[in-house]
Every structure is written in structure tokens, then in C-alpha cells.
Ligand binder design. Structure first.
Ligand code: NAD
Ligand code: IPM
Ligand code: MN
Length: 354
């Protein structure tokens, strides 16, 4: 019996996690898995109910589960709450509490979606990258100051910093990830300017010495942003810090035509957490048009990594591919000649194909 904690969060979070749970229930039936689901609050929704974006009960439940399926948090409604109570603190807090130091963001462009990319088909077709993003360090978690007056002028600051051990463990994971793929790791930094990046680069080189089968190269983040659009097929595994990884993965999402397609797995010291890379999409919340595939593929990653159910994971991934080949599209990927479906219908089509 595996216990899955579902945290819908805010905005489209409810719609996309409901879709993914439907698919999980179907695959559980087909593959004879015993799954239980328990829903918990986080984000602005939790702030409204309890005055905190991350109730202790949610943390405890996540820790006690076999895997967490997370939707998204945030929204304009909470833009003016105290910074320490912003909805985003929920996901940041969960990552920290669960020790989720690595965020794996696969970027695959299914053949059926090549034509949706704003880039030429020959550039994107066959793209298969894993971005390994450091998730509980760097500028996100460094010391910060919301406001101070220096020489009569207000300023605010956030400290970017990395320790050798933080870089060591994430680069190690990137090398191990690459060993199961093409064996190429690109470490992305800004070592021409930032001291923290120079330590990152030195540490990455040292770690890579232990992985003789891995080809490690370095790239500055600005160049990487360009190369991702220019020659995405040149990449196998990208390893980078928290902020650069956040930005580069949203950019990479464009390759496959929609951020709604992109899953992720956050792994670390105890329970892992699975979430699409996109946010709460306030502009389309409640319209029933959000693409649930990023969340459904995140659920597939949960089956693979947390429950060790490779067959069930592949079953979900293949069902997604089939439904796309059948021509079903949510609004973000819709073109003339295809079948437009809602979030709910997309989930039902995928469940049917399992
Ligand atoms: P966003 O990812 O929510 O939306 C960006 C654009 O992509 C929007 O036009 C949106 O409609 C579209 N989009 C996103 N997901 C989609 C889906 N599944 N299907 C179809 N279209 C989709 O980013 P944003 O607008 O910059 O942020 C909105 C809120 O989400 C903010 O409060 C932000 O802090 C939060 N956020 C949360 C997470 C998270 O919980 N992990 C991640 C990113 C942003
Ligand atoms: C993401 C999001 C989060 C991040 C925010 C909501 C804190 O953008 O998961 O990519 O920056 O990590
Ligand atoms: Mn992001």
C-alpha cells in the first residue's frame, strides 16, 4: 500500500492534480497497485484558511507519505501579504523541509508536438535533455534584506552562495543521471563574474574526475540560454544552480510548444515531491483549459522513482503519447484540424488509453 499526498495548491492546481489522480487511479487498477490519496492544503489557499501558506500538518503528512504530488501555488490575490507568508513560501518550505536538493526537469519533444514549437522542426525534433537544478540553496535561500536605508537610499538584497558540499551532491547526481543516458554533463554557471560560480566550477571538475565515463563541460548561463534555442539536441544533462535552473527550464519548455507539458521530480533525503514546472496560471484558472500533461507526467515520475513501478510509469507515458497522436489537444497546443479538449477530457482520454 503506497500513500500519496496530493497538494493542489492555488489557481489551476486543483484542476491539474484532479486530472493526474484520475490517471493514477486508472493505472493502479490496471497494474494492480494499491494507492491511497490524501489531500492537503498549501499556498494562498492555506494562508486564507489557516493564516500560513505551509501548515505543519501538510509538512508532517508529506514526510509520512511515499510520494507527494504537488500542483502549483501563488496568485495576485496574495501579492501584498507579508513576504514570509507569500504562497510561494509553501513550495520553498516543503523543498527545504523534505531536503529536496535536486530537481530533475526532463525536456523531451514528442514527435507529435514538433510542429508546435516556435523553433523550426529540424532544430527541436529529437531533443532529449534533463535539467538537474539545485533546489535548496543559492540565492533563493541565502540571507536577504527586504529593505534597508544606506546613505539615505533604500535598497534590498539577496545573497547568492554555495558550499562545496551542496555543489558536490548535485553534480554527483547529474553524473549518475548522465551515466544512464549519453554520458554528457554541461555545468552551467556565471564563473566569469560570480565567486559562487567559480566555486561551483572548481567543485564540478573535482567531482567529475571520479566519473571517468562522463564528459563534463562548462558553459556560461547567458550562452546556455542561447544554445538551448540554437542547438538543443547538443545537450544531454545540464546541471546548474537554483535560479539559473529555474529560468533555463522555462525557456526549454518552449521547445515542446507548451510549459503545460513539463514535469519534474524533486528528490533528496526523504520523501520525493513531483510537480509540473509551471505555476498556478491565474490567467486561465477555472476555465477548464489548463494542460494537465505536465502533472500527469510528474505522476509517472512518482511511480518510477518513489514507488519503483517502472511498468506503470511507462504505461502512463505511452498513454499520453497515444492521446497526442490521436490528435487531442488542450487550448495551449490547439491548432486547426485537431480535437480540442478540456483539462478533464484530456485526463479522461489518457485514462482510457491505459
Ligand atoms: P505560470 O507558469 O503560472 O504561467 C505562465 C503562462 O503559462 C501563463 O500564460 C499560463 O496561462 C501558461 N500556463 C502555465 N501552465 C499552464 C498549463 N498547465 N496549461 C496551459 N497553460 C499554462 O507563471 P506566472 O504567470 O509567472 O506565475 C503565476 C503564479 O504562479 C505566480 O504566483 C508564481 O509565483 C507562481 N508559480 C508557482 C510555481 C509552483 O508552484 N511551483 C511555479 C511557477 C510559478
Ligand atoms: C518553480 C517556481 C518556483 C521556483 C517559485 C514558485 C518559488 O518558479 O517551481 O519553477 O522559483 O522554484
Ligand atoms: Mn519556475
Amino acid at each position: 500500500m503506497a500513500k500519496i499526498v496530493v497538494i493542489p495548491g492555488d489557481g489551476i492546481g486543483e484542476e491539474i492534480t484532479t486530472a493526474a489522480v484520475l490517471v493514477l487511479k486508472k493505472v493502479a487498477e490496471k497494474c494492480n497497485l494499491k494507492l491511497t490519496f490524501e489531500t492537503h492544503h498549501a499556498g494562498g489557499t492555506a494562508y486564507d484558511l489557516y493564516g500560513t501558506p505551509l501548515p505543519q500538518s501538510t509538512i508532517d503528512a508529506a514526510k509520512a507519505s511515499d510520494g507527494v504530488l504537488f500542483g502549483a501555488v501563488g496568485g495576485d490575490k496574495w501579492d501584498n501579504v507579508d513576504p514570509s507568508l507569500r504562497p510561494e513560501k509553501a513550495i520553498l518550505g516543503l523543498r527545504k523541509e523534505l531536503g529536496l536538493y535536486a530537481n530533475l526537469r526532463p525536456v523531451k519533444v514528442p514527435d507529435s508536438l514538433c510542429e508546435y514549437s516556435p523553433l523550426k522542426e529540424e532544430i527541436v525534433s529529437g531533443t532529449d535533455i534533463v535539467i538537474v537544478r539545485e533546489l535548496i540553496g543559492g540565492i533563493y535561500f541565502g540571507e536577504k534584506c527586504e529593505s534597508e536605508i544606506v546613505n539615505g537610499v533604500e535598497r534590498a538584497w539577496d545573497l547568492e552562495n554555495y558550499s562545496v558540499s551542496e555543489v558536490d551532491r548535485i553534480v554527483r547526481l547529474a553524473c549518475e543521471t548522465a551515466q544512464k543516458r549519453q554520458g554528457k554533463v554541461v555545468s552551467v554557471d556565471k564563473a566569469n563574474v560570480l565567486a559562487s560560480s567559480r566555486l561551483w566550477r572548481r567543485t564540478a571538475a573535482k567531482v567529475a574526475e571520479e566519473y571517468k565515463d562522463i564528459e563534463l563541460s562548462n558553459m556560461y548561463v547567458d550562452n546556455c540560454a542561447m544554445q538551448l534555442a540554437l542547438k538543443p539536441k547538443n545537450f544531454d544533462v545540464i546541471v546548474t544552480g537554483n535560479l539559473f535552473g529555474d529560468i533555463l527550464s522555462d525557456e526549454a519548455a518552449v521547445l515542446g510548444g507548451s510549459i503545460g507539458m513539463m514535469p519534474s521530480a524533486s528528490i533528496g533525503e526523504c520523501t520525493s515531491l513531483y510537480e509540473p514546472i509551471h505555476g498556478s496560471a491565474p490567467d486561465i484558472t477555472g476555465l477548464g483549459i489548463a494542460n494537465p500533461i505536465g502533472t500527469i507526467l510528474s505522476a509517472a515520475m512518482l511511480l518510477r522513482y518513489s514507488l519503483n513501478e517502472e511498468n506503470a510509469a511507462v504505461c502512463v507515458e505511452e498513454a499520453v503519447e497515444k492521446v497526442l497522436k490521436d490528435g487531442y489537444r488542450t487550448a495551449d497546443l490547439y491548432r486547426d484540424g485537431f480535437k480540442k479538449v478540456t483539462t478533464e477530457e484530456m485526463a479522461a482520454r489518457i485514462a482510457e488509453r491505459i
